[in-house]
Ligand binder design. Structure first.
Ligand code: PRP
Length: 213
């Protein structure tokens, strides 16, 4: 990966490396795969939300009154169907006030281009911050399509949270959306001729939903 504008952080945490390795294992069954995705999504969200804005909140404890804090912005979780669904619940647990806006995108097998099949983003009142959720960032086409839709909606700050990414996908998102920060658990070696991430973990959607054929 090169380029001054690339804003991607690979979180170097032992728990991440442990759980990502379980995801990669071809013998890992869907139940454990889903659990690992949930754990990794939670760790990633913890990392990605470090600088969320706060505002003061007056709190009365059993002992006294004090000034605490509350989140100051509207936060949207934007899972890319299908695989992004596996990351929603643990992040909603961390940020219960989040809005969830689903985007349906699949990658055409022949062209590797994203095809949109579901979006209900409204035309006004955009969220302040959007977290795009997708376990895999391969060519970056799907993430860029999601970011374009969020930009059209008017979201000021977008972040991409992916479990694994190819350098090519990070470059593409960084090139088209230099202000978007990308948070990943692992940056893999490359894409293969079929645009699959290598070494990768296979197809996350199929492994989450047990639809591998
Ligand atoms: C996979 C993955 C991403 C996309 C990544 O989805 O979950 O959405 O491909 O590839 P890209 O960066 O090259 O766009 P897929 O098309 O397999 O759909 P699914 O989640 O329904 O399985």
């Amino acid at each position: 990966m090169s380029g001054e504008t690339v804003k991607a952080s690979e979180v170097q945490h032992p728990l991440m490396r442990h759980h990502v390795s379980r995801l990669r294992d071809v013998a890992t069954q869907p139940e454990e795969f889903r659990s690992c995705v949930r754990r990794l999504a939670e760790l990633l969200a913890y990392e990605a939300t470090q600088d969320l804005a706060l505002e003061p909140l007056e709190v009365t404890t059993p002992l006294t009154a004090m000034t605490g804090s509350k989140l100051a912005q509207r936060i949207a979780l934007v899972p890319i169907l299908r695989a992004g669904l596996g990351m929603v619940e643990p992040i909603l647990d961390l940020i219960p006030s989040s809005e969830v806006w689903h985007l349906g995108l699949y990658r055409d097998e022949a062209t590797a281009q994203p095809v949109e099949y579901y979006s209900k983003l409204p035309e006004s009142e955009p969220s302040d911050v959007a977290l795009v959720l997708d376990p895999m960032l391969a060519t970056g086409g799907s993430a860029c399509a999601a970011l374009s839709a969020l930009q059209r909606w008017g979201v000021e700050r977008c972040q991409v949270l992916s479990i694994i990414a190819a350098p090519e996908g990070i470059e593409e998102v960084s090139r088209l959306f230099p202000d978007v920060s990308i948070h990943v658990c692992a940056i893999d070696e490359q894409l293969n001729a079929n645009k699959f991430i290598v070494p990768g973990l296979g197809d996350a959607g199929d492994r989450i939903f047990n639809t591998q054929r």
